[in-house]
Design a protein around this ligand. Structure first.
Ligand SMILES: [Zn+2]
Length: 78
């Protein structure tokens, strides 16, 4: 698996290259964003009002986290 530093770097790169598009955000903390991954596929990242993150990509499915979620955390309260 990739280390934290690698994931953080990838997350920053996703943001810097315009791969993250926030679709919705509300005052309860819910966020929905589309993130274009390295494969060119678009994954949907979601944050619940309770602060739980989810992503539709396989990495999040298997490990509970991914660079797409990490990218969205960089532009939110975490
Ligand atoms: Zn993901």
């Amino acid at each position: 698996m990739t280390g934290t530093a690698t994931e953080a770097g990838k997350a920053a790169r996703l943001l810097a290259t315009g791969m993250v598009t926030v679709r919705t955000a509300d005052l309860d903390g819910r966020i929905t964003a589309d993130v274009i991954g390295d494969s060119g596929a678009t994954w949907t990242v979601h944050r619940t009002a309770g602060g739980a993150w989810a992503c539709t990509c396989p990495s999040a499915w298997y490990t509970g986290g991914c660079s797409h979620i990490a990218a969205c955390k960089l532009i939110s309260a975490g």
